[in-house]
Every structure is written in C-alpha cells, then in structure tokens.
Write a protein that binds this ligand. Structure first.
Ligand SMILES: [Zn+2]
Length: 146
C-alpha cells in the first residue's frame, strides 16, 4: 500500500475527525450548549456552565492561538516518528469557540511562542498490525504573512 491509500485510524474515537484526504485538517469534536452557548471539548452530555442537557455535538475549528507551551526533552511515548525522538512540545491552544486544548506541538522548541496561530494536523504515531496508520492530532505554527 502507498502512503495515500493506507487507512488512517484515530488513536481514540470521538475526539477529532479523520478526513479521507490528507490535505484536509482534522476538526475537534465538541459540544455546544444551546441554552448558554458555551462550547466544550471533549464532548459532554450536560453543560458544565448551566447544567442544561440541551446540548448538541459540533465540529470545532482546527486553528487556534497558542496560549502557553512547554517542551519535553524525552521521546514521545508510543511514537515511532523521527521528529519525536529528540522530544516534543506540548501546548495549550485556545480555539475561537472558547475551549482550551492541551495537545502536542509539531516543530522545534525555537518555533513556538505565546500568541502564535497554530493549525491542527494529523500525525501518524505508528502502524498497527493490520497496516493502518494510527493517528493523533498535533498543532503546527502557521507561517505569518508580514
Ligand atoms: Zn449551558
């Protein structure tokens, strides 16, 4: 199988979409409260702000703002990706809908700074026994146009 035809499966269900095209970024699977308009990630049945059960599942943005980050100087557990061998960043990313997500970051430590626009993308952690790519999400800094 080629890179393009291998099936990508999420490391965990119900957290993000896995679009069929590698060019399409994943979306985060969240919940919106129809009473107070608060958004949540991960999904929940009852609003944590107003306790309403009048909630709906939504797909949220794949782009956000880096609120804070750190860099872990050990290889990422469970990953065979070359870029994870030297360590990896972990960021807190604010989505425009409101939730703050804690996710791995793609790139080197010097690439990150607070306030950066970051884009979610799928990252292959490993190949499973059936030949599928097991994917997770990380955020990558977006090139800012001057
Ligand atoms: Zn609510």
């Amino acid at each position: 199988m080629t890179e393009e035809t291998r099936t990508r499966i999420p490391i965990k269900e119900d957290f993000f979409t896995v679009p069929s095209s590698p060019q399409v970024p994943p979306k985060f699977l969240g919940t919106r409260c129809k009473e107070c308009d608060e958004y949540f990630f991960p999904r929940r049945a009852i609003c944590a702000k107003c306790n309403s059960q009048n909630t709906v599942d939504v797909e949220m943005s794949s782009r956000g703002t880096l609120y804070s980050y750190t860099f872990v100087h050990i290889p990422m557990f469970g990953s065979s990706a070359e870029e994870h061998k030297e360590g990896y960043g972990v960021g807190q990313v604010d989505l425009p809908e409101g939730p703050r997500l804690q996710m791995p970051l793609a790139g080197k430590q010097a690439d990150f700074r607070v306030g950066l626009t970051v884009q979610a993308e799928l990252s292959t952690l490993r190949r499973d026994d059936a030949g599928n790519d097991v994917v997770t999400v990380h955020f990558r800094p977006v090139e800012e146009k001057p």
